[in-house]
Design a protein around this ligand. Structure first.
Ligand code: GLP
Length: 243
């Protein structure tokens, strides 16, 4: 795993430039997308670059990592709704090429989501955030390292972390559907964005502990093409700061 400690703006610029370059080389690139606040700056830069005519998403295919169980696409707390607002409605992407796990028809989704991804050629570029407990997508501590798309019961700590997007913690769903750890590792290139002090402990553990189900992000150590992007706050508990 490569580590890069940059400002937030530098992180968003570098990742969005990589994505623009990828799409300009491969117009039907397959992007693996994440929700949460971490990737929003990247999406904003992509929208700007699209407006500046540096890139077109016309043939781009996307697969999101996860969705809350029980929320429909038009629910303003759903990840589908989030992606529409943060990226899709601002660019020329064909919504037929957009995939977000289905929080309602979960069984059907589990049967088809990853096989469709494989049919589309697999993920070229995967963006990840990280939970304060080290989860990636919604793979909570304890998730088997060889997991594929599945339903999870969210930990209280994750529901608490995500409660800021809801009116109260009681409204945060208890379950989610998520791509598994093995499915994420199938991506050809993976970048993880961690910003803020509340990610510092997870980042310290990521670099100092071995691969363990207690820290789902540690599965990334198996992958040959991963960059962990941290701002100074997220890197603040690392012994040595620097790439
Ligand atoms: C949620 C998402 C994750 C995300 C995490 C961190 O749990 N399922 O994909 O990485 O939150 O979110 P944030 O970027 O808002 O800190």
């Amino acid at each position: 795993m490569e580590l890069k400690v940059l400002t937030k703006d530098e992180i968003y610029e570098e990742i969005s430039e990589d994505i623009v370059k990828l799409i300009n080389e491969k117009h039907n690139a397959v992007l693996g997308l994440a929700t949460g606040s971490s990737p929003v700056g990247v999406y904003q830069k992509l929208i700007e670059k699209y407006a500046d005519k540096k890139v077109s998403f016309k043939d781009v295919i996307t697969y999101n990592l996860d969705e809350y169980v029980g929320l429909t696409k038009d629910n303003d707390q759903s990840y589908y709704y989030f992606m529409m607002n943060q990226l899709f409605k601002h660019v020329d992407i064909n919504l037929a090429n957009v995939h977000v796990p289905d929080g309602i028809e979960t069984e059907k989704c589990i049967e088809t989501y990853e096989s469709n991804m494989v049919k589309d050629g697999g993920i070229d570029y995967q963006i990840l955030g990280i939970g304060s407990n080290g989860h990636i997508a919604f793979n909570e501590p304890g998730t088997p390292l060889d997991s594929h798309i599945h339903i999870v019961t969210l930990k209280d700590s994750t529901r608490k972390d995500n409660a800021r997007f809801f009116a109260s913690i009681d409204e945060v769903p208890t379950h989610a559907i998520t791509m598994g750890l093995k499915s994420i590792l199938a991506g050809k290139r993976i970048v993880l964005i961690a910003t803020g002090k509340n990610k510092a402990l997870a980042i310290k553990r990521l670099f100092e502990e071995g691969e363990t189900t207690d820290l789902p992000a540690s599965v990334l150590k198996e992958h040959p093409n991963v960059t962990i992007y941290c701002d100074e706050d997220a890197a603040s508990l690392l012994e040595k700061v620097g790439a």
